[in-house]
Design a protein around this ligand. Sequence first.
Ligand code: G3H
Ligand code: 13P
Ligand code: ZN
Length: 285
Amino acid sequence: MLNAFKQAQENKYAIGAFNVSNLEQLKAIIQAIQKLKSPVIIATSQGESKFIGKKQIRALVDVYKKETGLPIFLHLDHGKSLEVIQEAIDAGYDSIQFDGSELSFEENIEMTKKVVDLAKNKGIENIEGELGYLQGKSSLQEAVEIEEEDLTDPNQAEEFIEKTGVTSLAVAIGNIHGIFKSGQNPHLFLDRLKEINNKAGDKVFLVLHGASGIPEEDIKKAVELGIDKINVNTRLRLAYTETLKKFLQDNPEQTTPYKIMPLVVEAVQRVVEEKIKLFNSDNKL
Ligand code: G3H
Ligand code: 13P
Ligand code: ZN
């Protein structure tokens, strides 16, 4: 997996990490990467992995990996306890995130280091830490103010990486989870990203969460400035639920799931394809 990140870093593209909790979403992502020849990360949050099952998503990803021969990595998104991290390791996840961003800087270092030791011991290649305060949830929501003090501090980032040994770092640079109801989310603090990359870009792979609502030109610049992995969830959730709602409104008599879901899969696939092109990871295999 680190080789895939290295390729992305050297060739100025980012690998998309798309969240799933069911087979239809996974199918949509796989169809998109087959068409666009892109590496991909399948991510499950704590809630998503609880719903689909960690062993179950591992088995499904393995089936698609074998069938397509494509680099598909399974990642635990925002793991917040040692227990959940352990479950993901036991289920055979390729990659995990420990999100200690709600802890103090010192506690975050201490816990993340524990996770790095545990995961490295079990042969997990990629361990992502998080530093800075990222607001919002992966849904449509009211606008929030982003304070400069919430952003990742470049000096702290350097210290965090040295003391924990993480291989990837999620940064707060004006990004939030979810999409403002009013439309687009605020611009990124790209100068801050530049500073973080200058301090830490050669020691770690940089991760941008909350990409659903970020203006497209900012995403492109962020990739240019060293972002190697980009997380998308809300946009996929909206494509899924809006298409499903409309289909059921238009076809109230339809009760056959395999006749209801194709349009939903298509809608999610379209979003994944758009994002892959935006991240410049198409035609890389
Ligand atoms: O950032 C968090 C994930 O996108 C989704 O988390 O399943 O708790 O909504 P959730
Ligand atoms: P969005 O829901 O804003 O796309 O963020 C996804 C994310 O960061 C998952 O970790
Ligand atoms: Zn996130």
